[in-house]
Write a protein that binds this ligand. Structure first.
Ligand code: GMT
Length: 374
């Protein structure tokens, strides 16, 4: 198949899923064309049947807002016509599903019918998508897609509860590539970060409000009073500055390291004992899955689709959003009990196996065939 993939090229989960999916499809012999404004962060090396088409949005003094959507639609028309794509798969509804609809209509005037699959990732439905400034367009473009997938059952339900949806929504879970995410021996890193045998807790996110990063710091504050430990804060975003200030106020600067955006997160997960994800909302929680694949149990909130990934009392613990005391207590229990920690580590790995890319990729291929009517 010749497949076009539209996504955000940044560190966000939807861009990561889209890129890994595209690369996996290419490995299976499909031709994959990424169409976006920058080379996706996980598209780092040359692959024989992977193509990248950069969208350049034209600026002009008249435009207060650069019309990226128009440039993307024009690029889609061009790539689909000349590369003769079979199917277009857009990740994150805003604005990609609406732009795909526009491109589809334009292509009809050339006698081309391009099936569009839209994958919903989370905030395109919850935090952002249901805002009245986007909602009618999101609802319309989901209903006009030829196929719609959601990354968790909870997100599917939330979409049906939020919008008037006339299309079936197929749940295809996010996935993990074990050739990259697995526990490896990085003892030299561990020694550098925790020279006195401290436990290592880790958080990875885009540091937006929805991640409740301040809860991570408050949980760690309580844990570090009972267990000698260090906290790694990986990623960057609007809340980082406030979090650094909070660490200074709590006098935790020697125990917490802000590492910024990191490419090889698996190397840091390999030396971690617990992963913290206290999000306000999380349609799936891809980073939690990445941690689990590296045998790191997860202490998370029970928001959104997290209970479909992190199993309470098995692969980690789920607490109510904002329950800092509960999360800290669970961390302390696990960190003080090596035997339980080892069991949770193995359970986390086994649960991650359910989301192996080798199981999930064929579900997308089968879904594409269904949408194409083959
Ligand atoms: O808004 C975000 O947090 C980023 C967003 C994205 O599109 O990158 O993340 C969402 O998609 C990920 C991949 O499917 C999911 O693992 C995340 O749970 C989801 N984030 C939220 O629902 C907040």
């Amino acid at each position: 198949m010749k497949i076009g993939i539209v996504c955000y090229p940044t560190f966000g989960g939807s861009g990561v899923v889209a890129t890994e999916l595209g690369l996996g499809l290419a490995d299976k012999g499909h031709d994959v064309h990424f169409i976006t404004y920058k080379r996706p962060v996980r598209l780092t090396s040359f692959h024989a049947n992977v193509y990248f088409h950069e969208v350049t949005a034209m600026d002009y003094p008249l435009f207060e807002y650069t019309p990226y959507e128009t440039s993307l639609a024009s690029k889609l028309v061009d790539v689909i016509r000349y590369e003769k794509l079979d199917l277009l798969h857009v990740h994150y509804a805003i604005p990609h599903a609406a732009v795909a609809y526009m491109a589809k209509q334009i292509l009809k005037s050339y006698g081309i019918n391009i099936p569009v699959v839209t994958t919903l990732h989370g905030t395109d439905i919850t935090l952002v998508g249901n805002d009245h400034s986007f909602a009618p367009v999101v609802e319309f473009s989901i209903n006009e897609s030829d196929g719609v997938t959601a990354v968790s059952e909870q997100l599917r339900q939330e979409t049906l509860n939020t919008f008037k949806i006339t299309k079936d929504i197929r749940v295809i879970y996010n996935f993990i590539d074990f050739s990259r995410f697995r526990k490896t021996n990085k003892d030299h890193f561990r020694k550098a970060i925790a020279p006195d045998g401290e436990k290592i807790l880790v958080h990875i996110s885009n540091f937006r409000k929805v991640k409740r990063v301040e809860d991570v710091i408050h949980v760690f504050d309580k844990v570090s009073k009972k267990v000698k430990s260090k906290l790694l804060m990986i990623g960057d975003g609007p809340e980082r500055k406030h979090m650094e200030e909070l660490c200074r106020t709590l006098n935790l600067c020697d125990e917490i390291r802000f590492l910024g955006k990191q490419e090889a997160v698996e190397e840091l997960l390999a030396i971690s004992d617990l992963f913290l994800l206290p999000s306000e909302n999380e349609s799936f929680g891809l980073v939690a899955l990445e941690a689990m694949a590296c045998e790191v149990p997860v202490i998370s909130s029970n928001a959104g689709g997290l209970p479909e990934v992190n199993i309470d009392g098995v692969t980690g613990y789920l607490c109510d959003v904002g329950d800092v005391n509960g999360m800290a207590q669970r961390c302390i229990e696990l960190l003080q009990d090596e035997e339980s920690l080892a069991i949770f580590r193995k359970n986390a790995y086994n649960q991650a196996k359910m989301f192996d890319i080798k199981q999930v990729l064929p579900q997308y291929e089968e879904y594409y065939m269904q949408v194409l009517g083959r």
